[in-house]
Write a protein that binds this ligand. Structure first.
Ligand SMILES: C[S@@+](CC[C@H](N)C(=O)[O-])C[C@H]1O[C@@H](n2cnc3c(N)ncnc32)[C@H](O)[C@@H]1O
Length: 277
């Protein structure tokens, strides 16, 4: 059973649907200076957030015991872009906005797949790694260069439609905060992601095109238990992740996998290593 959360946020013209079990959350309160980072530029934005009821998200109960080795996921190149379609802001997707994208000279086939990030995030949050308290952090870098942090105990909407509504809200308001403890469950944070990664960690990149084809169970099993594990995957449909902070690039199957399936292989391997049943 979840608890009810309320959000202080930008006043909405239309009352929209509520998320799971009609729980509501608030956006963070007072106006605040937040540094954001576009793909190439860093700018400061002054946020003015006023009170008002908006649909929100609950927190999942998690075992947050004192575990040693922890896991961090970074999803790179996530297709999470908001566009003004007609009178409303929407999360752009090839499925829903083919005409809009074509009119705006975008490539609907390749670039607009927010469903990939949606599935990948759900798989990470649903994993036993997370339920056992071993997931330390989840970061999502968008194709536009924005960096999102999603707290492991956030329970995201389970339907794509509600997820996309929440992402629009997040990308416009820069944070989503649970009332009660005022914790920012989802927020935009300053680049680069490397500043949040533990120095004492093994940073591993995943790509089908890597020549290093490994067995994930063996690979994870051999990593020193003093090191946290940072897994970096792409949340896009095409191309290889191109980041300079990983120490190893590995392929975990001779087949090209969906990001969500690759993540489930990774979490399974970690769960076996940590003996999480
Ligand atoms: C839909 S795939 C992207 C396809 C892209 N051609 C590639 O292989 O990187 C999404 C992500 O899943 C991961 N992935 C897919 N297949 C994989 C494999 N066989 N080994 C390791 N990672 C894989 C990669 O991180 C990839 O960026």
């Amino acid at each position: 059973m979840g608890r009810a959360y309320k959000m202080k946020g930008q006043k909405r013209k239309n009352k929209t649907e509520k998320y799971d079990r009609e729980q509501s959350v608030d956006l963070a309160g007072p106006s605040k200076k937040v540094k954001t980072d576009g793909s190439n530029s860093e700018k400061e934005e002054n946020l003015e957030i006023t009170a008002g009821d908006i649909p929100g998200i609950p927190i999942a109960p998690l075992d947050t015991g004192n575990n040693k080795q922890r896991v961090i996921f970074v999803l790179e190149n996530a297709s999470l872009e908001v566009g003004k379609v007609g009178k409303t802001h929407q999360l752009l997707s090839s499925d829903e906005h083919a005409t809009f994208l074509a009119k705006n000279k975008r490539n609907p086939a390749a670039d607009y797949r927010p469903d990939i990030a949606f599935q990948a995030i759900q798989t990470i949050l649903d994993s036993r790694v997370n339920k056992s308290g071993r997931l330390k952090a989840l970061y999502v870098k968008t194709q536009q260069g924005q960096l999102l942090e999603i707290k492991p105990h956030t329970r995201l909407p389970r339907t794509y439609k509600r997820f996309s509504g929440l992402m629009v809200q997040l990308l416009q308001d820069l944070r989503i905060t649970a009332t009660g403890n005022g914790e920012k469950l989802l927020r935009l944070i300053q680049n680069p992601v490397t500043q949040y990664l533990p120095t004492n960690s093994r940073k591993i990149g995943f790509s089908h095109s890597s020549e290093k084809l490994i067995d994930m169970h063996n690979y994870v099993g051999k990593i020193n238990e003093d090191l946290d594990l940072v897994f970096v995957l792409g949340a896009m449909s095409h191309g290889k992740i191109d980041v300079d902070y990983v120490e190893d690039y590995i392929s975990i199957s001779e087949y090209p996998l969906s990001a969500a399936y690759a993540i489930s292989m990774i979490t399974n391997a970690v769960e076996r290593k940590f003996k999480i049943v």
